[in-house]
Design a protein around this ligand. Structure first.
Ligand SMILES: Nc1nc2c(ncn2[C@@H]2O[C@H](COP(=O)(O)OP(=O)(O)O)[C@@H](O)[C@H]2O)c(=O)[nH]1
Ligand SMILES: Nc1ncnc2c1ncn2[C@@H]1O[C@H](COP(=O)(O)OP(=O)(O)O)[C@@H](O)[C@H]1O
Length: 216
């Protein structure tokens, strides 16, 4: 049997890849790079009530909505998970995730530990979670300041919450200390490659092996 035929008979179930970190550790940077390097994964664009940063695009980085719209989405059960972070509401629209996964493609989530816990409860088998740590506290602060997208008081509040957020590291499948972006990206890609090969994500594998054993 040729490889083409084998590939047609074994299809993959889409997985959900979560990247979480304290604010400023680099998860947005890594997400963007991964999306550029890998055509089989799509970003889940969250809705949020927080103000848009200058470099962000509505509908691309987030969908920026008001509190009433957010509440209405919750009431209509349109969010797969949602949480309050830094006094703002953030949530994952359900529709795009369901469409992407059922098409056998993967979905990337830049969400916090609260959202990750909710996804674990709903879809443990389909979930792969990575926690990104900064190399040091000083470097975390340097990155938050150098991003130059938030006012100083917002940076200070994000630093103050970093220790809390980092306490959730052990709830994740993988942990990466983000020193060099390129190296961290290679690690994320390696995790994704291995996770895609998990036996239970390969639909049709058992029939394929049966046919091999039967000499067909
Ligand atoms: N639970 C949940 N968390 C989210 C969602 N979108 C973003 N977040 C998290 O909210 C936190 C704040 O995000 P943001 O305001 O973009 O700040 P940043 O982390 O400094 O870039 C981060 O931990 C994000 O991962 C979401 O849809 N659900
Ligand atoms: N490995 C790294 N080394 C140096 N700077 C980084 C690294 N990763 C990210 N940065 C920078 O740090 C800042 C915060 O990164 P970002 O991806 O926005 O973090 P997060 O999404 O986790 O809040 C950005 O200015 C980004 O360019």
């Amino acid at each position: 049997m040729s490889n083409e035929l084998a590939a047609a008979r074994i299809q993959r179930r889409g997985l959900m890849l979560v990247l979480s970190s304290p604010s400023g550790a680099g998860k947005t940077t890594l997400s963007r790079l991964l999306l550029q390097h890998d055509r089989d994964i799509e970003l889940s664009v969250s809705v949020t009530t927080r103000a848009k940063r200058p470099a962000e695009r509505d509908g691309v980085d987030y969908s920026f909505i008001d509190h009433d719209t957010f509440r209405a989405m919750v009431e209509r059960d349109e969010l797969l998970e949602y949480a309050q972070v830094f006094d703002h509401s953030y949530g994952t629209p359900r529709g795009p995730v369901e469409r992407t996964l059922s098409a056998g493609r993967d979905m990337l989530f830049d969400i916090d530990w609260q959202g990750t816990q909710q996804l674990v409860e709903r879809a443990r088998q389909d979930l792969v979670s990575i926690f990104i740590l900064p190399p040091s506290t000083e470097e975390l602060e340097r990155r938050l300041v150098s991003r130059a997208q938030d006012p100083p008081e917002v940076v200070a509040r994000r630093m103050a919450k970093a220790a809390d957020e980092m306490s959730h590291w052990a709830e994740y499948d993988y942990v990466i200390v983000n020193e060099q972006v390129d190296q961290s990206l290679e690690l994320v890609k390696a995790i994704l490659t291995a996770e895609r090969l998990k036996r239970y994500r390969q639909v049709g594998l058992s029939d394929f092996v049966k046919s091999l054993r039967a000499g067909r």
